[in-house]
Design a protein around this ligand. Sequence first.
Ligand code: NAP
Length: 248
Amino acid sequence: MKSLEGKIAVITGGNSGIGKATAKLFAQEGAQVIITGRRPDVVDAAAKEIGNGAIGVCGDVAILEFHQRFAEDVNKWFGGLDIYVANAGVINLEASKNVSEAEYDNHFAVNTRGVFFGVQAIAPLIRDGGNIIVTSSLAATKFLPHHTVYAGSKAALAAFARNWVIEFKERRIRVNILSPGPVETEILGKLGIGEADRPGFESHMANLIPAGRMGRPEELAEAALFLASKGAFVNGVELIVDGGMSLA
Ligand code: NAP
């Protein structure tokens, strides 16, 4: 039997990168997947690619009403869910002295508020014994140049998760953090690094990683699958998947 047969899984930011790879693997493992993202064409195409009846829903995680409406829809369609992966995120690298108020607010609106209010809206629908996976980042615990605001917006997630483990314990809902190191996804194109500088950036990153290369979205998906299925006694941990970069 497939490891997620009969499960309903929601993945925010499931139309791209780590979220899409996770959605595909969960669908292969038998889950009914619902993905969210902002770009309608990309959400639709991703839902088709994911297969197994995957549903795509458009909305902005920074907007509270989106989470409320989305939770109502999930309730109407399936009467609940088993796995919530709070994965949508943004990054823009900047030295602290250059960070604008708007950039600061955007990081916290998407990466921090978006996760908090997403879980607040969906948690009542998570079935007993279900689980939540929150995508943070290696940057939350390790210095990386120009990551300060992004790191701060992700660091709050570990505190949220620790509290949720206790808040949801009567319902046996597990909450874990997945923290990737550098992974080859679309997000690299959103770092504010010009196309010409990309190869240099990527080889610089690879040199910093003991594994000798950046991660692949599918490798993060495998880690998410472990947390969602086999890791039934894993609760309240931060799983860093970074090829050893945290030690470098
Ligand atoms: P990605 O390919 O750029 O995916 C980001 C996803 O988030 C997209 O699906 C995007 O969809 C969605 N998103 C962004 N802003 C949103 C908003 N306001 N509302 C709704 N959805 C939004 O990047 P990724 O690398 O897979 O990143 C996934 C997660 O991993 C993020 O939380 C990121 O911080 C984290 N992470 C990534 C790396 C890495 O090196 N790749 C390292 C550490 C942590 P739309 O654009 O359609 O909205």
